[in-house]
Design a protein around this ligand. Structure first.
Ligand SMILES: NC(=O)c1ccc[n+]([C@@H]2O[C@H](COP(=O)([O-])OP(=O)(O)OC[C@H]3O[C@@H](n4cnc5c(N)ncnc54)[C@H](OP(=O)(O)O)[C@@H]3O)[C@@H](O)[C@H]2O)c1
Length: 321
C-alpha cells in the first residue's frame, strides 16, 4: 500500500517532487535515518558544496561525523559555508578545494590533491543551467562538461584512492528534469537546433543517469557503489537565478535545501549498502523513464558512453593518470 501511494506521488510530479511528497514519505523514515557517527572517519568530497543542496549536504555529513571537502569555485563562498558548518559542529574537519569541475585540466589537479587527502565518497552535486550555449575550457557544451565529463573524469582519476576505501560510494545529483529528455545520441554537444538552457540541462542529466549501469560495472572492481538521484524541487540560489518564474509560482511547494540533500546523505551513509547502478529519489530506487518517447536501446547507451569516454579523454581501461 505504501508502495502504491509512493508510486502515485512520483507520477503526479507535483505531489512527489514538492515538500508535500517529502513530508509524506519522511513519516516512515525514523528507523531508517543514518545514525549519528555513521560517517565517522569518512571523507566526503561534495562538488558544488558552496551553495544550496551541496552546502546542506556537507552540513549533514558533518552532523553524522564525516569530514566534508567543499569543492567550489569561490573561496569566499566556500569559507562562509565552512564557517557555518564548524559553528554548528565545532569538532568537524571541513576542507575547501577550488575547482571548476567543467574544466578537465582543473579536474586533473583536483584529483591529485584529493588523492593525497584520501576520499571515501564523492557527491557530484555541482550543477548549472547556462542561459545560452557556452563552452567549457576544452570546448565542450557547459552543462555536459559540468554534469558528466568532469565528474566522470574525477572519479576515474580517483579510482585507486577509492579502491583503498573500505566502502567507496559515488553519488550523482541528477534532476527530475531528465525524465523529459531523450538521450542525445546524435548530438551530445547540443550543436544542432535552438539552444535552450533548460533543455541542455535535462539532456546532460539524462546522459548522467543513462550511464549509471555502465559506470557501476566499470568501477565495480574498485568496490565503488554508484548511485544517481534527484532531489525534487528545492529552494536554492540556483533555482532563484536560473528559474525565477518557477521559483515564484512554486515557492510554497519547494523543499528546503536540507530536504533536497536527504537522499544524497542517506545514500552516502545508509547500511546495508544499497545496490549499485540505480537511480533514487526519496530513498527509493526509481524508474529510468516515465515517458515512452525517452526510451533508448542498450546499443544507444553504449554509443553515448563511447562519446563521453572520448570527450572526457578516457581510454577503454581508464583515465591517463
Ligand atoms: N534546486 C532544485 O530544485 C534542483 C532540482 C533538481 C536537481 N538539482 C541539482 O542539484 C544540484 C545543486 O543545485 P542547487 O539547486 O543547490 O544549485 P545552486 O544553489 O546554484 O548550487 C550549485 C553549486 O554548483 C556549483 N557549480 C556550478 N558550476 C560549477 C562548476 N563548473 N565547477 C564547480 N562548481 C560549480 C556552484 O558553485 P558556484 O557558487 O561557484 O557557482 C554551487 O556551489 C545541481 O546538480 C542541480 O542540477 C537541483
Amino acid at each position: 500500500m505504501i508502495g502504491l501511494v509512493d508510486n502515485a506521488l512520483d507520477r503526479s510530479v507535483i505531489g512527489g517532487y514538492s515538500r508535500l511528497g517529502f513530508g509524506l514519505r519522511a513519516r516512515g523514515w525514523d528507523a531508517d535515518d543514518p545514525a549519528v557517527g555513521s560517517l565517522a572517519n569518512r571523507t566526503v568530497a561534495v562538488t558544488g558544496g558552496t551553495s544550496g543542496i551541496g552546502a546542506a549536504t556537507a552540513g549533514r555529513i558533518a552532523a553524522l561525523g564525516g569530514h566534508p571537502i567543499l569543492i567550489g569555485r569561490s573561496q569566499d563562498k566556500a569559507d562562509a559555508v565552512r564557517a557555518e558548518i564548524i559553528h554548528r559542529h565545532p569538532s568537524a574537519t571541513v576542507r575547501v578545494e577550488l575547482c571548476d569541475i567543467s574544466d578537465l585540466d582543473q579536474v586533473r589537479g583536483l584529483a591529485t590533491r584529493l588523492a593525497a587527502a584520501g576520499v571515501d565518497i564523492i557527491i557530484h552535486n555541482a550543477g548549472v543551467m547556462p542561459p545560452q550555449r557556452t563552452e567549457s575550457a576544452q570546448g565542450h557544451e557547459l552543462s555536459l562538461a559540468a554534469h558528466v565529463l568532469g565528474p566522470i573524469l574525477l572519479t576515474e582519476l580517483l579510482e585507486p584512492t577509492l579502491t583503498d576505501s573500505p566502502d567507496a560510494r559515488v553519488i550523482f545529483m541528477s534532476s527530475g528534469g531528465m525524465y523529459t529528455a531523450e538521450l542525445p545520441v546524435d548530438d551530445l554537444e547540443y550543436r544542432a537546433g535552438d539552444y535552450r538552457g533548460a533543455r541542455a540541462y535535462a539532456r546532460s542529466k539524462r546522459v548522467q543517469t543513462a550511464l549509471l549501469p555502465i559506470l557501476a560495472d566499470r568501477w565495480q572492481a574498485a568496490g565503488v557503489l554508484v548511485a544517481g538521484m534527484h532531489p525534487g524541487w528545492v529552494d536554492t540560489p540556483g533555482v532563484a537565478d536560473s528559474l525565477p518564474g518557477f521559483k515564484k509560482v512554486a515557492a510554497p511547494l519547494l523543499r528546503s535545501a536540507d530536504q533536497g540533500a536527504d537522499t544524497a546523505v542517506w545514500l552516502a551513509a545508509t547500511r546495508p549498502r544499497p545496490n549499485t547502478g540505480l537511480f533514487w529519489h526519496d530513498r527509493e530506487p526509481r524508474p529510468e523513464h516515465y515517458l515512452p518517447r525517452t526510451r533508448f536501446s542498450e546499443h544507444d547507451r553504449r554509443l553515448i558512453w563511447e562519446q563521453v569516454r572520448t570527450a572526457a579523454a578516457l581510454d577503454a581501461n581508464g583515465a591517463e593518470r
